[in-house]
Each structure stands twice: as C-alpha cells, then as structure tokens.
Design a protein around this ligand. Structure first.
Ligand code: UTP
Length: 291
C-alpha cells in the first residue's frame, strides 16, 4: 500500500530549549529562514506524502498559522514586484501538502501523542516524523524508509550508528542483517547502561508504522520511571514479535530539541543557503582562525 499520510508529534514541552520555547513552540525555532517543522513538511512532500497531521497542544498556534495563508502579509508583498520571491516563499508553504491538526490534551509522552493520530490514519500505514528531528539528506529519509516498507511490508524505523555518549541517552537495537543497510530489529533497550548495549544503532526520529502500532501502544504498561507509556516499549514489543525492520538511513540528523543541535543545523544549512552561504562561509573561516 502506498504511503500518503504522515504524523508529526509536536506537542512536547521542549524543556531543554527553554526559555526560547516558552512562548514559541520549539518546532517553530528557525534554521536560517524557515522554522524546523517546515523542513519536516517539505521532506514529506518530497517523499510523496499528501496529508500531514501535526499533533499540537495549547500554545502551539504559531504552527497552525505558519501552514495557513497570511492574507494581509501576502497582499502587501504582492504589491511590490521585487518581493515576488518572498511572496512565493510565504504563500507556497501553505500548499506543500494538506495539513491537519489535532490536540494532545495532556503532555503524556510520544506514544500517547502518536495514539491521537488513529482517527486520521485509520487502518492505513503512515510515516511518523518527530517534530524536533530535522534530517538533511540527498533522498528524503521518509522516502528511504517507505521504499523498504513497500518491499517487505513491515514497519520500518530509521536508525544510524551513533557514538556511545548518545546511545546511552537514546536506545540500542539488537538487529540481524537483511540487505545492505536494512536490518530486522529483534529487541530494543531504552537508555541502556554502557555495558548493556546491543549495537550502536539508535532510532532517530523517523518511522513507518501500520495501524497495528495502536494496539501495541494500548497494551503497554506505564513505565514506572517516567509515568508514561513509552513509545520505545511499543516498538520493542513489535520487534520481539518479528514485525519491525530498520534502515540505516543516509542523512545528517539535527536535534532541534537541544541547544547544540539548533546551532549545528543553523551552521550547516547557512553554509548552503543561496543568499547568505558565501558570506557565512567567509565569516566562519575568519572565526575559526581566531579560535
Ligand atoms: P521529546 O522527547 O523531545 O520531548 O519529544 P519534549 O517534551 O518535547 O522535550 P524536552 O525533553 O522537554 O526538552 C520528541 C517529539 O515528540 C513530541 C515533541 O513535541 C517532539 O517533537 N511530543 C513529546 C509530543 O508530541 N507529546 C508529548 O507528550 C511528548
């Protein structure tokens, strides 16, 4: 079945980037001249997704405005032919895909947020992009994953080989190879102790899921440490049942939920930006020479 729907959970508190995320959703923090979440919606569009559900909550209205027409602003830009490119940039974002919104009424974790997507995805397979994980790649990561879903008919999670200091903060996957960069996932351990890791593969913000995930989420007990149903537990159970594949995707992932990730994303995208790339490169070289 072709995947045309995607879900972006964006209802987290973003405590790691406070106070920037106090009144501005962290998913709206910019990378050069676009908010992080626009990169995700563009990735979806480039992968052939037509309908995107963004899961929000109180205080995230800026996300809704961003994917809507901005009549007054657009009318103003339209008057000036020299501002045509700006007009297009502002207007076209509302037409990338059909964007839908639903509220997660309590901030009860990622699994709880994804469960809110059920009335939208119904029994169709869908992509999930974590709202604060921007991935810069040649081929959109969602496309890299959907190709494997279409080939094997299993849920697929996007992974990369990550260093130990990150692995202990994320998770570690036990895998068996299937083909070049594709594996079957056997088990998942969340935030492993360094001596308990299975491999250096960790899940980084992209999944292709079937509607079966909802049963897995609803069946999971609440984790006593976090007081939430953990999404990694639901995926782990799927893996134990032989229903989860992993793709070691091509791409560089930036964690927009953390300060260093925001700065790295801004530097890398700025270096390639058609308007400021050259000047920024010059500036960085001068700065590095002084360090
Ligand atoms: P994070 O794990 O980064 O959680 O969520 P967070 O609460 O936003 O961040 P910190 O730890 O307080 O800094 C990963 C993705 O899942 C969404 C977030 O918006 C983010 O895009 N999320 C998280 C929800 O939609 N709902 C939740 O209850 C939790």
């Amino acid at each position: 079945m072709k995947i045309t729907k995607a879900v972006i959970p964006a209802a987290g508190l973003g405590t790691r980037v406070l106070p920037a995320s106090k009144a501005v959703p962290k998913e709206m923090l910019n990378i050069v001249d676009k908010p992080a979440i626009q990169y995700l919606v563009e990735e979806c569009a480039a992968a052939g997704i037509t309908d995107v559900l963004i899961i929000t909550n109180r205080g995230k209205g800026a996300i809704e405005d961003h994917f809507d027409y901005a009549f007054e602003l657009e009318a103003n830009l339209k008057k000036n032919p020299r501002k045509k490119a700006l007009y297009d940039a502002v207007h076209d974002v509302a037409d990338l895909v059909n964007v839908f919104f639903i509220r997660q009424k309590e901030t009860a974790g990622l699994a709880h947020a994804i469960a809110a997507a059920e009335p939208f995805t119904k029994d169709e397979p869908f992509a999930v992009l974590y709202g604060d994980d921007v991935i810069k790649s040649e081929v959109p990561v969602v496309k890299q994953l959907t190709e494997i879903y279409e080939k094997y008919g299993k849920c697929v999670t996007g992974v990369n080989d990550v260093p130990l200091d990150l692995l202990v903060k994320y998770c570690s996957l036990e895998v068996t190879p299937v083909e070049e960069n594709v594996m079957q996932v056997r088990s998942i351990i969340e935030k492993p102790e360094p001596d308990k890791i299975y491999s250096n593969y960790a899940i980084l913000g992209r999944n292709i899921l079937t509607a079966e995930i909802y049963d897995y989420i609803h069946r999971q007990p609440v984790d006593p440490k976090t007081g939430e149903v953990m999404f990694s537990d639901a995926l782990g159970q799927m893996a134990n049942d032989g229903k989860l594949y992993a793709v070691d995707f091509e791409g560089r992932r930036f964690d927009m939920g953390n300060k260093l990730g925001i700065m790295q994303a801004n530097c890398e995208y700025a270096l390639e930006h058609p308007e400021i790339g050259e000047a920024f490169r010059k500036y960085i070289k001068e700065l590095v020479a002084k360090l």
